[in-house]
Design a protein around this ligand. Structure first.
Ligand code: TGC
Ligand code: FAD
Length: 406
């Protein structure tokens, strides 16, 4: 039984063929290397086979397609840019971005699972963990044998994570953890949790928790109209005894979790393009097949305006992501540049989804088409990993040198 009491064996598989094809108006494929194209096409084929036939059913039931985790591990979606020694794929940042694009073309929740596992759980263990921690946790997370979650947000600390109250008290060879995290992707099903908490000096440390630790619970958050095929929960810590060996030794302060966010936000900047392309693709086909007043609706100027603007915005977002990817490969992408791309591309995708919904008329509100699901998902994507307005203020701070947060 899944968390809603349904038998997961009774999945309603769609018989509708996924006719998606990528859109590349400026021949950006010419800028990609053969490896990028192979990764992109392999991920696209996996999504067509594994995600498209089942995603509407799972989203409809607000159930989590947990069985996809193993497949995500097999295609290398967890930590694609980490070294092979730890189970990663050793890919570059553009290959990672293209993978996120294709996963989010399937569903933002599927991309979320990959973002959290790879960028928010594996990356901090790789970057800030000891060699023992890396060898203990990374291979199982990379293969999908274990599921991870990342706990930063709290009920009273969302955009301002520095105000967190979750705390660690020294107790000899361990810390005692108390507090709570909120809105945590995959927490109810996680085997491993990377949690950020303040020590007695008020410094933020990262700790690794394991499922089953006494005092750790992870109730599910229900009633979401967005990311319905993704599992979200709380993390509650009641005197959890965390061995000091589980502290990430190589970072202190907010820059620890924020540098993980930079990695995940980068992936979202690409991912959102996937959701937008799927909406555009569906709307373009619908406009050619649907006839009113004796002609295809795509022949009306107002429909053409919508489609022309959609592909223009998608193309601009693709260029932004590609350039950001080349900077990231050179180690030169700044957090503020990543914020700009996340903010621009997610709003672009949401606006494309809204226009695509109109082109589909009444059919656009049904799960016959992917558009409304993407639109609802993108409302979350606009908010998590830093809200739309927080990213605007990060850009504002970068260009003016003046800090609106303090
Ligand atoms: P501030 O004083 O500016 O910075 C503190 C320290 O952090 C450094 N830093 C960064 N380092 C790496 N990458 C970044 N993006 C960084 N941004 C800042 C900074 O240099 C400083 O370092 P140091 O050495 O001087 O200590 O911090 P602040 O308290 O003023 O906050 C700034 C603000 C508002 C921009 C930041 O806190 C923020 O980004 N807020 C948004 C919170 C957020 O994004 N939460 C996301 C939670 S996780 C999530 O949503 C996962 S969804 C997953 C899914 O399902 O896909
Ligand atoms: P708030 O911070 O309370 O913001 C509310 C509004 O106030 C927003 O519009 C915001 O832009 C605005 N605002 C706040 N401060 C300012 C300011 N200084 N100036 C102008 N406007 C401001 N978190 C995790 O740690 N791990 C996860 O895995 C995770 N997964 C998530 C999954 C889902 C489905 C969702 C919805 C959220 C998830 N989050 C996760 C939490 C997410 O990162 C937060 O929701 C987000 O950072 C915003 O925090 P908040 O919801 O508390 O909103």
């Amino acid at each position: 039984m899944d968390t809603n009491g349904h038998n997961p064996d009774t999945i309603v598989k769609s018989t509708k063929q996924d006719r998606f094809q990528g859109h590349d108006y400026y021949n950006l494929d010419a800028l990609l290397e053969t490896e990028h194209l192979l990764v992109r096409d392999a991920t696209r084929a996996w999504v067509k086979k594994e995600v498209s036939p089942i995603i509407e059913d799972y989203a409809n039931r607000a159930a989590n397609p947990r069985h996809l985790v193993k497949g995500l591990g097999e295609i290398g979606a967890f930590g694609p840019s980490l070294p092979a020694k730890y189970g990663g794929g050793g890919m570059d940042e553009i290959a990672y971005g293209l993978m996120m694009q294709e996963l989010e073309r399937g569903d933002s929740g599927v991309r979320s699972a990959a973002s959290v596992q790879g960028s928010l759980v594996m990356y901090p263990i790789y970057k800030f963990g000891s060699e023992e921690q890396r060898m203990k946790y990374l291979p199982k997370l990379a293969s999908g044998e274990h599921i991870g979650c990342f706990g930063l947000t709290e009920p009273n600390s969302g955009s301002d994570p520095g105000s967190m109250i979750t705390n660690l008290k020294d107790d000899g060879d361990a810390y005692i953890l108390n507090g709570a995290k909120m809105w945590i992707t995959n927490s109810p099903i996680a085997d491993v949790c990377v949690v950020w908490a303040k020590n007695e000096e008020g410094r933020i440390l990262g700790v690794i928790l394991e499922k089953g630790m006494k005092g750790l619970s992870a109730p599910e958050i229900k009633g979401k109209w967005s990311l319905r095929a993704s599992c979200t929960g709380e993390l509650v810590f009641e005197d959890v005894r965390v061995p000091k060996a589980n502290v990430l030794p190589n970072v202190q302060g907010l820059k620890g979790p924020l540098s993980c966010l930079s990695k995940a936000r980068y992936g979202i900047a690409w991912g959102a393009i996937g959701a937008a392309m799927d909406c555009y693709d569906s709307a373009l086909r619908y406009s050619q097949e649907r006839t009113q007043f004796g002609k295809p609706i795509g022949q009306f100027q107002l429909t053409q305006k919508k489609l022309a603007e959609m592909i223009t915005e998608i193309t601009k977002a693709q260029l932004l992501a590609w350039r950001l990817g080349t900077l990231a490969n050179e180690g030169k992408a700044t957090p503020a540049q990543i914020s700009m791309a996340k903010r621009n591309n997610v709003l672009m995708a949401l606006e494309v989804a809204r226009e695509a919904r109109q082109i589909h008329g009444g059919m656009g509100i049904t799960n016959e088409y992917p558009v409304m699901r993407h639109m609802m998902n993108l409302e979350t994507v606009l908010t998590y990993e830093g809200t739309h307005d927080i990213h605007l203020l990060i850009t504002g701070m970068d260009v003016t040198g003046l800090n609106a947060f303090k």
